[in-house]
Design a binder for this molecule. Structure first.
Ligand code: PLP
Length: 399
């Protein structure tokens, strides 16, 4: 197989071999049902308790009982949002941001059209940062829920969710706050107990655990109707026999991620910055869609003016480089990114924007190689762009 340079770690990540190793015994050796009364099941139950403790520490929760395991980030968000709204059916107002992931935005659209909820959307600034100015006036005594992401999946911009929760609770202490921390986990430290956030969701496959496992923090005392109804598992908040190997895997991935938050995050940030600086230097029609310092260290979103992002991706793919033109859940659609549109990114590079996202497995050699081949790809595409006059003008301007 051709060597792959994987720069799409916000879509998913490689499972760390140390994670796989920890998971393996729970497939065919320790395969008991954790709810069984005999020791063979009890041992497995014990492992889940241990994993819950690890996740409690990882997310900075107060109590182990505040963490439930889910199947993914989407399930965490759906459980949180539907769970609190169903538990409090009288309030029909929600506030969120224009740049949430599809798993949240599509759900809100559904709640608006099918169930009569009113949803208000916060704007982002042109650098992708969240504008909290109107929030205080938006919260009313009818506001059931406010939600925002901890870090944006397309730009990597970190949102002030602690401040958001503070504003919401000051105005209406009964309003619940949900944070989608899927893209922040493993990249920045989470410390939910020192915030006024009620619910926070994460997903394993963004931090080198497998696809198919996630977790949700539910602050003690939060009323929540379960999404999956059945057995008593996960303290009655998520029925279904526990996915033991994946729970063990998520806990190991969380431990490794915590170990990697210091020096490793700095190394990844340096590589990301080298990539950005190198592209901006060698490609005259490249523009950073955001350069705020308050970004997760692995993400860069770069627009290439007057050319098509999908074409760039195809050419990069031929060279073994994987990147993306939006979130994995919306790529394949010809619509421009809702995140870049909300930021007011000029139409000249709205369709030519590429997200590069690195990981602890990204090497300097891979970044050097990308910097060697990418300008040639862009040059080739510039030559066949229908916007020759505009490109020439831009070239002169940048010369
Ligand atoms: N939230 C954000 C910000 C994401 O980036 C994603 C996935 O890309 C999700 C939620 C959904 O997570 P999952 O793929 O685990 O359902």
């Amino acid at each position: 197989m051709k060597k792959i340079i994987y720069l799409d770690n916000n879509a998913t990540t490689k499972v760390d071999e140390r994670v796989v190793e920890k998971m393996l015994p729970y497939f065919s050796e320790e395969y008991g049902n954790p709810s069984s009364t005999y020791t063979f099941g009890g041992n497995v139950q014990h492992k889940i308790i241990e994993a819950r403790e690890t996740l409690k520490d990882f997310m900075g929760a107060n109590r182990v009982g505040e963490i439930i395991f889910t199947s993914c980030g989407t399930e965490s968000a759906n459980t949180a949002i539907k769970g609190v709204l169903t538990a409090n059916k009288t309030k029909k107002h929600i506030i969120t941001t224009k740049v949430e992931h599809a798993c949240v935005l599509t759900l809100y659209k559904n709640l608006e059209t099918q169930f009569g909820y009113k949803v208000d959307y916060l704007d982002v600034n042109s650098d992708g940062s969240l504008d909290l100015t109107p929030l205080e006036n938006m919260v009313t005594d009818q506001t059931a829920l406010v939600s925002c992401m901890a870090a944006n999946n397309e730009t990597g911009v970190i949102f002030p969710y602690e401040k958001l929760a503070e504003i919401v609770k000051t105005k209406n202490p009964n309003t619940k706050v949900f944070v989608d921390a899927v893209q922040a986990t493993g990249k920045i430290k989470l410390d939910v107990k020192n915030t006024q956030v009620d619910l926070m969701g994460i997903s394993g496959h963004k931090l080198h655990a497998p696809k198919g496992i996630g977790a949700l923090y539910i602050k003690s005392g939060t009323l929540l109707s379960p999404l999956l109804i059945g057995g008593h598992q996960e303290m009655g908040k998520r029925a279904g026999t526990e996915n033991v190997p994946y729970i063990v895997g998520l806990a190991e991935a969380a431990k490794l991620a915590n170990d990697n938050l210091g020096d490793e995050a700095t190394r990844v940030k340096q590589l990301r910055d080298t990539l950005e600086a190198g592209i901006l230097k060698s490609v005259y029609n490249a523009r950073l869609n955001t350069n705020v310092s308050n970004r997760v260290p692995n993400t860069s979103n770069i627009g290439f003016e007057y050319i098509e992002g999908e074409l760039i991706l195809l050419h990069l793919s031929d060279l073994g480089i994987c990147a993306s033109s939006g979130s994995a859940c919306t790529s394949g659609s010809l619509d421009a990114s809702h995140v870049l549109k909300a930021m007011g990114v000029p139409f000249t590079c709205l369709h030519g924007s590429i997200r590069f996202s690195l990981s602890r497995f990204t090497t300097k050699e891979e970044i050097d190689y990308t910097l060697k081949v990418l300008p040639k790809v862009i040059n080739k595409l510039n030559n066949i762009s229908p916007f020759q006059k505009e490109l020439n003008d831009l070239k002169k301007l940048k010369a």
